[in-house]
Design a protein around this ligand. Sequence first.
Ligand code: NAD
Length: 345
Amino acid sequence: MKREKVLVTGGAGYIGAHTVVELYAAGYEPVIADNLSNSSEEVLDGIQKITGVKPVFEKIDCTDKASLESLFEKFSDIDHAIHFAAYKAVGESVERPLMYYGNNLVSLINLAGIMMAKGNGSIVFSSSCTVYGQPSPEHLPVDEEAPLKPAQSPYGKTKQMCESILEDCVNTPKSDLNVISLRYFNPIGAHPSAHIGELPRGVPQNLLPFVTQTAAGLRKELHVFGNDYNTPDGSCIRDYIYVCDLAKAHVAAIDRLRDKKVRGTSEYFNLGTGRGLSVLEVLDIFMESNNVKVPFRIAPRRAGDVEQVWADPSKANRELGWVADTPVEEVMRSAWKWEKKIRCV
Ligand code: NAD
C-alpha cells in the first residue's frame, strides 16, 4: 500500500520531531518543512536513529509563499498538513510583537491559502491552552466550551487569531478545507530513547527544562514563582502532557481527517491528562523518580502567570480515541535521561 504523505511544518522542532516519529510508526510518510530558526539538522539524525528512516526534509521558511508553493509542486500528493511552525516564547513576543505576528500569522495564511487553492486539503493546527487565559473556577477543568479570554501576550493572540483565520477559511462558501485545532496544555519530557527532546535556547521559559538544567548543575537554583496562590500548596497548577502522548494525538487527528466524508469542517480538542500538578508537586515527582536533588527557592509571583489551569480531555478521548496515559514518573525519567545525554552528565 502506498504510504500517504503528511506535511509537517516545524517538524524539526520539539513537538514536531516527536510527531514525525509517530507518523512513521503509523505508516505515514512525513515531509518536514522547517527553516531551522529554533532547531537544527541534528534532530533529523535523532529521528533516523529511532525510525531507521532518513526523514524527508526541506529547508523552507513558511512565510515565503513561493517556497511553500514549490514544495507542494514537488510533492503534489500532499493532502494533509500539521502546522507546528511558529515562534513560541511568550516573553519574547511581548518584546517583539511584530516578529510574532509576522511569523505566526503569515506562515499560517500561506499554508491555508495553498491548501484551499489546491482543494481537498486538511490542516491540523498547533494551538494552545493560552486561548482560555485564567478560566473561572466553574470552568475547571477546561473543556472546549469554556469561553476564550483575551490573550495575555502577542504569542497567545497569534494562536487565537490563527484559529479564527482557519475558522473563516472553513466557513467560506464551498470551502472544502477540513481543520482540527489541537489546544495543547503543557508538553514535557523526551523520547524514551533520548535521541530527541526539548532544546530550549537561552534561559528556559518552561518549568521542566529549568528543573532538568538545575539538576544538571547548569543553573544554581530553581525559582518557584509564588507560593501564595489559591491552590493547595500555594504554587501554580498546570496540566503536564507527555510529548510522545501529544505526538500520538496528531496521528489520531490526521486519521480522523483522512476518514472524513464531509468537507468544510472545523473542530477543536483540548490535549491534556485531565490532572493538574502544582510546581512543587512536579519538583517532588522529578526528584523522587530520578533520585536527584534540585535546589529551589520561593520567589515572588511572575507577572502574567495564570494561577491554575488543567484540561478536560474527554472530547479528545472520545472522538479521537486517544488518551494521555504515560505515568508521570516515566515522563520525568525521560526528561532527565535527555538532559543527561545533551549535557554529558
Ligand atoms: P519549537 O520551536 O521547538 O518548534 C517550532 C519549529 O518551527 C522549529 O523547528 C522552528 O525552526 C520552526 N519554524 C518557526 N518558524 C518557522 C517558519 N516561518 N518556517 C519554517 N519553520 C519555522 O516549538 P514546539 O514546542 O515544538 O512548538 C510547536 C508548536 O506548538 C508551535 O506552534 C507552538 O506555538 C505550539 N505550542 C507549543 C507549546 C509548548 O509548550 N512547547 C504549547 C502550546 C502550543
